[in-house]
Design a binder for this molecule. Sequence first.
Ligand code: SF4
Length: 346
Amino acid sequence: MKKHAIIPIFVSHEGCPFDCTFCNQKKITAHSAPLDDNEIKNTIEEWLSTLTKMNLETIEIAFFGGSFTGIPLRKQCEFLQVAKTYKDKGLVQKLHISTRPDYINDKILTNLKKYGVDVIELGVQSFDDEVLELAGRGYKHDIVYGACELIKSYGFELGIQLMIGLPGDSLEKCIYSAKETVKINPDVARLYPLVVIKDTKLYYDYLSNAFKPIELEESILRTKEMYKLLGGAGINIIRVGLKSSDIIKEDGDIAVGTFHPAFRQLVEGDIAYDIIINELEEKINAMSNNLVDVEVFSNNQSISNAVGNASRNKNRLSKAYPMINFYFKIDNSLNKNEYAVNITEI
Ligand code: SF4
């Protein structure tokens, strides 16, 4: 049963002075009417008409897209006032905004506090200055630490978003970004493998062969290593992989990149695969006979990760060990994401 739901309000950033290479905000703002109070109210009402029947513990209104604290303060106040009305009435429990690390200061945070904002997510994207520069982000990584500290000192919940596969990025840089995030210890994190959206600078770089996105397998590998570091540190990873509705208004806007509708499962499945294969190899090495049946156990929440998306793990195991029969079974005495292997010689 779902306990938590988010009502997403998309705030495009009109007049954003930056030109991040992966961002299509300018296209969106050029082709859509500016957001207004009525639209926010209608969106919230529409979502609430369904969500209030679902017996949820928390409903959150989240202003996504663009950089919320970069829009004029008067507009921020107008938008927040609409959302606050629903929080004051107890119809929603949390307010959430996302913004850039360099759009955080005392004045901004005091105002967000006044309107009852609970969660601030920063689109950090990378802790590597070369990656940030090539992405046109307009700040260096050192600004992130102060922004995060200030957000925490005001008592907000902190979120950090990281991207995987931007130009100049690498596995090592992704791991570094994850380690720096662990040091900051945010409440939540999101991992977004890069997708190249039409009408962005990256799209034109891709068309002219100036940029080649990483392959899906590389993207899964990098994300997996980051996931293990963040998850191992107890950081709640609330999203892995982009949901098309997060930033993309029309179908067909994704041109290229590592978009996969079940990206999180691919990553979690690969983590499961590593655990299973380690345990399996240890046990098989201790055996004399190669002809075996193998039972792979997981609890009912993790069985799909054990088998893998579209039987990815099952197929890989069968390919790596063609003489072995694999059986995936549920054992609810195991914890979530815990896997056990039992071998029977035949
Ligand atoms: S990602 Fe944010 S800061 Fe960068 S261009 Fe888009 S709206 Fe502006």
